[in-house]
Design a protein around this ligand. Structure first.
Ligand code: ATP
Length: 317
């Protein structure tokens, strides 16, 4: 089946993949649908073994699916002739890549740039990825995190329209992660690039994506904007404050948690759909009697909570 859906830069339908045969076979993908609109960043979020790399590499054309149909940039990937000319428009940062250990960063990027008509500026990529002081280092002498940033540079060097990133920041410290995401954001602002990435970092998926696809056991369990997932699966907020031990808290529901502190105060924690109602009441109470309120805060639930809600377990388990 040929898909030419102009709204989607990626359109995958009913993708299936089994590894091996018989009793020891593994169903890695059990009929996955996934679409990415032009200009979107979509994250595939899931625990180890969920099928993320299998899915992204099938879409990239690096692995073969057993069945299903996939189009990228409007071309059916089964049509090898048609997709050949798309190579220049696609950038790939694989999870495991073998880089030439004897070349320096500058030599590798300069060499790769010659494969493209309009490559990006090498100095710009090196600087924005925080690799200035390593540009003349051989790749084999770089740390895992530095090599990972080189892989991101290689994905961007051809100035692609569509980028695939398989766990692009898994080995990076917070500062390097920020550098990668600021660079990708900058690229998005100036060009209409689309990104499909895999991650098992909730925070990254929540902050960086227009949409999150939660994959587990080879199935898509949820697919929505991060805020949409949180609103759908965890509508409640957490209200927390510290108050004196003898504060009159009769207006709070029975399931409110209270933890005593040694300084004669208690931390109160309440899950509620209407934190504002309780905040107004607390303000009112604090005016009447001796009623301390300190460290009052309302926290929205996170994608971590969504994952637990959907799968019944934490990501790391
Ligand atoms: N080449 C392969 N041969 C056999 N089984 C494989 C192969 N590649 C992956 N699998 C199996 O398929 C399932 C999905 O693996 P995949 O690597 O796609 O998951 P993942 O979500 O990317 O995991 P991780 O977060 O650990 O990278 C796993 O059970 C894995 O063991």
């Amino acid at each position: 089946m040929i898909l030419h859906d102009n709204n989607y830069v990626i359109h995958a339908k009913n993708v299936r993949k089994q590894y091996g045969h018989g009793a020891s076979s593994i169903d890695a993908l059990l009929g996955v649908d996934l679409s990415v609109e032009y200009g979107q960043v979509v994250s595939i979020l899931g625990p180890n073994g969920a099928g993320k790399t299998t899915l992204i590499e099938i879409i990239e054309g690096l692995r073969k699916s057993d069945s299903g149909s996939i189009s990228i940039l409007g071309q059916d990937i089964a049509d090898l002739k048609a997709v050949k000319h798309l190579r220049e428009r696609i950038g790939i940062s694989p999870q495991h890549s073998v880089l030439p250990p004897l070349l320096t960063i500058e030599e590798l990027l300069t060499q790769q740039a010659t494969f493209y008509d309009k490559p990006q500026n090498i100095d710009y990529l090196i600087t924005r990825l925080g690799l200035d002081d390593k540009r003349h280092f051989r790749i084999g002498n770089l740390s895992g995190g530095q090599q990972q940033r080189v892989t991101v540079a290689l994905a961007l060097i051809g100035d692609p329209d569509l980028i695939f990133l398989d766990e692009p920041t898994s080995q990076l410290d917070p500062q390097a992660k920020r550098a990668v995401w600021e660079l990708l954001d900058e690229q998005r602002k100036h060009k209409c690039i689309s990104i499909l990435m895999t991650t098992h970092q909730m925070e990254e998926a929540q902050q960086c994506s227009d949409r999150v696809v939660i994959l587990d056991g080879g199935r898509v369990l949820a697919d929505d904007k991060p805020s949409g997932l949180i609103a759908k699966y965890t509508p409640s907020s957490v209200l927390e404050f510290v108050t004196n031990m003898d504060a009159d808290l009769h207006f709070l529901p029975g399931e409110t948690q209270k933890v005593n502190h040694i300084d004669n105060t208690q931390k109160v924690r309440l899950i509620t759909d209407d934190p504002n109602d309780y905040i107004l009441k607390l303000v009112e109470m604090s005016k009447k009697d001796f009623f301390l309120i300190r460290d009052l805060r309302v926290q929205n639930q996170s994608l971590e909570d969504v994952f637990i809600q959907i799968t019944g377990r934490e990501m790391r388990s």
